[in-house]
Design a protein around this ligand. Structure first.
Ligand code: MSP
Length: 520
C-alpha cells in the first residue's frame, strides 16, 4: 500500500473570523501540498477547526445559541475562507464531528489502560479567561499575574493528569538524534533547551463536566471532559482513521488487517505546519501522547513565525488588522499568496505593510511576470499570427537552472528560495527582450529568422514559468497556460523541461495577468 505525503495545518479556534496569520499558515501548507503533487507524490492535505472549550461555550451563551449552532455558523465562514484561498485540502476536520470524538476517546482509553493517566487533587491559581492553571513562574516580578489572564481565582479540584515527567529523557534523545524533527533548527534548539532546563510537569487533561461541558467526555469517567490539547492534537490521527488508515486503526481500535480498507496509508504525518506559539504542544506533548498510544511520531514539525502589521501586533481590538478577504477582493488571490510567500520565509516573524504589498505587486507581478508574459505573447501574436516558430535554445540553460533550483527547493519546503529562483528567470527573460529588441527585428525582413528564435525562447520560457509557478500562483499559472493555447493544468514539474512548445502550435489570446493600479 502506498504511503501518501500527509501534511496538516494547525486547526483554528472557531472564535472569530480568520485573519492574516491563519491565512498565511494555510497558504504555506497549500503550496507545500501542491508542490508535492507537482513532484509526483500522492498527497493528503488536512486542515480544519478546533471547536471545543470554554471560550466557545461562553461565546455561544453570549449570543443565546447552543455551542453546536454557534460552531456550525462559524464553520461555514471558515470553510468558505478555505475556498477563497483555493486550498487543495483533501478533508476539513471539525473536532465536534463523531468521527473525531470516537478516536479521541479510543486514544484516551488506550493511554488510561497503559497506566499513563491518573487522577489527583490539584489546588492552584486558575485563569478563567485562559482556562488554565497558573504557577508561580507565571507571576510578574511584582508578584501579580498579567491582566491578560483576566480574573485569577484559587481553585481546588480533582482532575486527570497525563504522565509526562518520566518521558523527558527519551524525548531529548529523540530530538538530538532526529535534527529534522523540528524545523527550522533554531526552533528545535529552543525545544531542546526547554527540555534540558526544565522538569516537565504532568499535563492536566480534564475539566469537570459540571464546569465545562463543551468537550469530549472521558471514556473512563463521564463526569469529566477532556481539555483542549488531548482533543485538538488528535485530529491528526482521527481523520486518517476515518479514511481507513491501518496504523491508527490497529493501534486504537484493534482492527484486524483483513477488516481494514485499502486506502493508501497516511500516518505518520510527513509535516505538521504550525505557528511558533504552539511548538511545545506539538514537539513535546504530542510525541509523548503518540508514544503512549503506540503510534509512530510525525516526521516533521515545521514552525512558521508570526505576522505583525506596521510593526505592531495584529489585534482586532486596536483595529490593527489585515483582512485577507478584502485584499483578495481588491488585488486577486495570487497577489495575496505571492506577497506572503515572497515576503516571509518559513521561520522568522514578518511585517505586513500596505506599501510593501503594493511595491511587490507593481515591481514583481505587474512589471516583472505580467509584463514578460504579456509582451512575449502579444509579439508572437502580432508578428507570427500566434503560431510558435521552430525550437531554439538560447534561454534553455537559464530555464533549466531555474527549474532545477525550484525542484530542489520544493523538495525541502524552501518556498521563498524557490520564488527567488523563478524570479531570476523572469528577470533574465525581461532583459532578453530588451537586449534582442524583437520590435526592432520585426521591422527588418532580413531578421525574420532571428525574430523566430527570440519569439520561441520567450514563449517557451512563459510555459516553463507556468509550471514552476503552479504551486504558488495556481490561478496565474493556469492563465499563462490558457493564453499559450495549452490544455490541462501546468501541475507537473516534469513538464518544466525545455522544448514543450512545438513548432506550428497556435497560442490563445494574450491578456494582462496583473492589471496595473495607479497608486493613489
Ligand atoms: N486551536 C489551536 C491549534 C490546535 S492544533 C492541533 C490554535 N488555534 S489558533 O486559531 O489560535 O491558531 C491557529 C494557527 O494560526 C496557529 O498555528 C498560530 O500560530 C497561527 N497564527 C495565529 N496568529 C498568527 C499570526 N499573527 N501570524 C502567523 N500565524 C499566526 O492555536
Amino acid at each position: 500500500m502506498n504511503k501518501r505525503f500527509f501534511i496538516t495545518t494547525a486547526i483554528d479556534y472557531v472564535n472569530g473570523q480568520p485573519h492574516l496569520g491563519h491565512a498565511y499558515e494555510k497558504v504555506v501548507t497549500d503550496v507545500i501540498a501542491r508542490s508535492r503533487r507537482s513532484l509526483g507524490q500522492e498527497v493528503f492535505f488536512l486542515t480544519g477547526l478546533d471547536e471545543h472549550g470554554q471560550k466557545v461555550q461562553q461565546a455561544a451563551q453570549a449570543e443565546g445559541k447552543s455551542p453546536q449552532a454557534y460552531c456550525d455558523q462559524l464553520a461555514a465562514d471558515w470553510q468558505a475562507f478555505a475556498k477563497k484561498l483555493e486550498l487543495t485540502n483533501d478533508d476539513f476536520v471539525r473536532t465536534t464531528q463523531p468521527r473525531h470524538k470516537e478516536i479521541v476517546q479510543a486514544g484516551l482509553a488506550r493511554v488510561f489502560q497503559a497506566g499513563q493517566i491518573y487522577r489527583q487533587t490539584y489546588e492552584g491559581f486558575y485563569s478563567t479567561r485562559e482556562e488554565t492553571f497558573l504557577t508561580d513562574k507565571d507571576r510578574r516580578p511584582d508578584g501579580t499575574f498579567d491582566p491578560s489572564y483576566g480574573e485569577v481565582i484559587k481553585l481546588q479540584e480533582e482532575n486527570y493528569f497525563f504522565k509526562l515527567t518520566e518521558q523527558q529523557p527519551w524525548l531529548i534523545d529523540y530530538l538530538e538524534k532526529n535534527p529534522s524533527f523540528v524545523q527550522p533548527d533554531y526552533r528545535r534548539n529552543e525545544v531542546l533547551g526547554f527540555l534540558k532546563n526544565n522538569k516537565l510537569e504532568d499535563l492536566c487533561i480534564s475539566r469537570p463536566a459540571a464546569r465545562l461541558n463543551w468537550g469530549i467526555p472521558l471514556p473512563f469517567d463521564k463526569d469529566y471532559v477532556t481539555y483542549v490539547w488531548f482533543d485538538a492534537l488528535v485530529n491528526y490521527i482521527s481523520i486518517p482513521a476515518a479514511h481507513g488508515d491501518a496504523a491508527v486503526l490497529s493501534a486504537l481500535k484493534n482492527s484486524q488487517p483483513s477488516t481494514l480498507n485499502s486506502q493508501p496509508a497516511l500516518w505518520p504525518a510527513d509535516v505538521h505546519v504550525i505557528g511558533k506559539d504552539i511548538v511545545k504542544f506539538h514537539a513535546v506533548y504530542w510525541p509523548i501522547m503518540l508514544k503512549a498510544m503506540g503510534l509512530p511520531l510525525p516526521k516533521q514539525i515545521l514552525v512558521h513565525g508570526w505576522w505583525q502589521k506596521d510593526s505592531a501586533k495584529i489585534s482586532k481590538s486596536t483595529g490593527n488588522i489585515v483582512d485577507p478577504v478584502a485584499v483578495i477582493d481588491e488585488w486577486g488571490l495570487d497577489a495575496f499568496r505571492f506577497y506572503v510567500l515572497r515576503e516571509l520565509d518559513i521561520g522568522p516573524d514578518g511585517n505586513w505593510t500596505d506599501a510593501g504589498f503594493k511595491a511587490r505587486y507593481s515591481a514583481e507581478l505587474a512589471n516583472g511576470l505580467g509584463n514578460l508574459v504579456n509582451r512575449s505573447l502579444s509579439m508572437l501574436k502580432r508578428y507570427r499570427n500566434g503560431v510558435v516558430p521552430a525550437k531554439h535554445d538560447e534561454l534553455a540553460n537559464a530555464a533549466a537552472k531555474a527549474a532545477g533550483e525550484t525542484r530542489a527547493c520544493l523538495q525541502q519546503n524552501r518556498l521563498q528560495a524557490a520564488l527567488h529562483s523563478v524570479w531570476g528567470l523572469i528577470t533574465r527573460a525581461n532583459q532578453y527582450v530588451d537586449q534582442t529588441a524583437p520590435f526592432k527585428l520585426a521591422k527588418d525582413p532580413a531578421q525574420a529568422k532571428r525574430l523566430d528564435e527570440v519569439l520561441y525562447n520567450l514563449a517557451e520560457t512563459c510555459r516553463v514559468l507556468a509550471v514552476l509557478l503552479w504551486p504558488f500562483l495556481p490561478g496565474t499559472a493556469g492563465k499563462i497556460y490558457a493564453q499559450l493555447g495549452l490544455t490541462g493544468a501546468p501541475d507537473k514539474l516534469d513538464a518544466a523541461g525545455w522544448g514543450g512548445l512545438t513548432a506550428g502550435h497556435k497560442i490563445g489570446e494574450p491578456a494582462p495577468l496583473f492589471p496595473r493600479k495607479d497608486d493613489r
